[in-house]
Design a protein around this ligand. Structure first.
Ligand code: KG4
Ligand code: ZN
Length: 352
């Protein structure tokens, strides 16, 4: 149960506030120490990509087992690299949803055990709030309110970040997430897992206008997204070419698919910033490291006079530094969780 506590907040005295953050919602076991929400003292990520590549995607049961194997080492490494002892940490932040339940449980149980044993406050963090907060780390001038496009393997949301941890959702995907579409298309053309970075790379050699794929619009919901039609169009294109015995130009196909995704994301994000009157736009999540999306968004934002923010690629994909950033702002607001904190696999944005 979440509680609001008016605490002996270390910020009251203008002191340093260090958070040990843990992230294990999917296939990265990660821990970080973050000072005052924006300064990363360490950011350790143990990736399970090699393990899951064998199966072409994340196998939840294997992910949980690997998290258990790695989590203590990763936390020890985060503390040692930061040069901070557990006693010097002010609070423990942990992702408690959304994500794979077994994977989340490993991080949540670990965080509770450490917080209880070390007598530190426990702060459960929403994974998407973490992704958004990755932007604060490298952009000291960025403060809410701003528009944020969150594009990851599991989520596609367009939101107004009204304040730290406060969101108004303008649009979301009706079916596949943007990253999911990248992963599925990559698999269909034999690029393997995880697909996003591979499509991004091969698309650099292709013509983005070689194939005109459909752009979905949702009647009455201008900020919602839909990527399953696009994914089906790519699969149909591949099947048709195979039936006709035609060779597929993978770079052209990848570039054309990517172009359709980028157009859908850029047009809605910039339209939202203009319509709602925000001059700052941020991107977050794994797909935010896509080079064509960054280029397309930069161009559109320059034209519209909007300041664009996005994290370095290492802070776009899953990491614990972003959880430490989000946990700090929650800590300052007085958010504390009890020992009954549980993993919530389908935790909604803005829900606590
Ligand atoms: O944020 P993230 O690490 O995990 C989730 O919370 O889902 O995002 C992972 C997703 C994957 O679907 C991956 O293919 C995609 O982000 N991704 C990319 C790129 N890098 C990662 N998609 C397109 N282009 C990239 N460069
Ligand atoms: Zn994520």
């Amino acid at each position: 149960m979440e509680e609001k506590i008016i605490s002996q907040d270390c910020q009251r005295n203008g002191e340093r506030c260090r958070i040990l953050a843990i992230e294990s919602s999917c296939d990265e076991t990660a821990a970080a120490v973050v000072e005052n929400g924006r300064k990363v003292l360490s950011n350790i990520i143990s990736s399970q990509i090699a393990l899951h590549t064998l199966y072409g995607g994340v196998v939840p049961e294997l992910a949980s087992r690997k998290h258990i194997e790695k989590i203590n080492q990763v936390i020890e490494a985060a503390l040692s690299e930061a040069g901070v002892s557990l006693e010097e940490v002010d609070a423990i932040g942990v992702t408690y949803g959304p994500g794979l339940v077994g994977a989340l449980l490993v991080g949540v149980a670990e965080a509770k055990a450490i917080a209880y044993a070390a007598k530190k406050p426990l702060i459960g963090v929403h994974h998407i709030e973490g992704h958004v907060s990755a932007n604060f780390i490298e952009h000291p001038d960025l403060e809410p309110p701003f528009i944020c496009l969150i594009v990851s393997g599991g989520h596609t949301h367009l939101v107004i970040v009204k304040d730290y941890g406060e969101f108004e959702i303008l649009g979301r995907t009706r079916d596949d997430a943007a990253g999911e579409a990248f992963d599925k298309v990559a698999r269909a053309v034999g690029l393997g897992y995880p697909g996003g970075p591979k499509v991004d790379k091969v698309a650099k050699e292709g013509n983005p206008h070689a194939v005109e794929f459909p752009r979905a619009k949702i009647e009455g919901s201008p900020y919602d997204f839909s990527f399953s039609g696009l994914k089906s169009a790519v699969l149909n294109y591949i099947n048709h070419a195979n039936m006709m015995g035609q060779e597929i130009c993978v770079p052209d196909l990848a570039a054309s698919f990517q172009n359709a995704v980028v157009e859908a994301l850029v047009s809605r994000a910039v339209m939202a910033a203009k319509e709602y009157g925000y001059s700052k736009l941020a991107m977050a999540g794994g797909v935010a490291s896509n080079s064509a999306l960054r280029a397309g968004m930069r161009e559109a934002c320059e034209k519209a006079g909007i300041s664009l923010y996005y994290p370095s690629p290492i802070l776009c994909t899953d990491n614990a530094a972003m959880i430490g950033a989000a946990a700090y702002y929650e800590y300052k607001k007085g958010t504390r969780h009890g020992w009954d904190l549980n993993a919530v696999p389908n935790l909604k944005l803005g829900e606590r």
